[in-house]
Design a protein. Sequence first.
Length: 353
Amino acid sequence: MTAGPAAEHAQSRQAAPLHPEPGQAAQGLHRPERIFAGYALDLDGTVYLGDALLPGAAETVARIRQSGSRLVFLTNNPLRSAASYAQRLSRLGIPAAGADVLTPLGVLTSYLRRRHAGAAVLTVAEPLVDETLAAAGITVTSEPAAAGVVVVSFDRTFSYAKLLLAYRAVRHFGAVIVATNPDPFCPTPDGGWPDCAAMLAAVEVCTQARAEAVMGKPGEHMAAELLRRLGAPPGGTAIVGDRLSTDVSMSGSLGMTSVLVLSGATTPDELAGSPVRPDYVIEGIGQLLPADPPGGPPARAAAGRAAASRAIAPATSPGTGPAASSPDGLQPAAGENPSVQALPIAPPTGSSR
């Protein structure tokens, strides 16, 4: 049997241990030496934190686009629509359109129409989720007896009243649970906010039922949509993010390269103690791309186009009421990430993913 892209990727990572650049070995950091044919960039904690771009974000995105690589912005945060995220990126200095952004809400609507056509949905969520479902022709209800599905999301208006309705829909009337994302907290400049996993845990514990599906990273539903949008063989693409449990795990399941940034949710100590090993570890998005080759920007652009061209060569195997200080409106973080310290990162192994 021919190995799939994820298996081949794991084998190649086991055979080729990390070789940090001079000066980075003491910190355990390893910067990619190539430009990939496609990039999936996480947003919160990777491209921006609060309401400010992280250092080097705009310049890095511009270089990716200049190289001709495909680019998708990828987020597990369901607090905004794709169009709203695009507007926010543009306002911060990174031009973007709604089609450039993949969120759990778009994946959620397609999943519900496919798996639960005609079912009414009761939500533990902020109004945007209800509005998105209704706009997609999905019935939203507040009556537990009428609900076939309970959708749980990141909800800054979470309350006992919402939990009680969800409990009754699932426990008394047999509704299934679907969640938007698995994140326990959303990274913010002031230390983070409880995310969807906290609300989901409350619903699952009281109903003694488990979610049928979780839409966001690293789940199969968002993974399939990401591959469709990138339109490039997984082996020539990279996922860049700040979480081991979502960004890095998704890259391993798809056979993509993983780049962990230490500017968001994952601390150096958490990385050192985790069995999940990224392919590359960098301080932040400003170190994502190779340093300038001799000859400066013109040579860099030519090298990027050549690398991207090589990377997209045909694959040899198939398959290849929120508070004012809410997570999407906080003050900028100042300076570089102060938590980056020496990291005892061992070479990755195929069994650690």
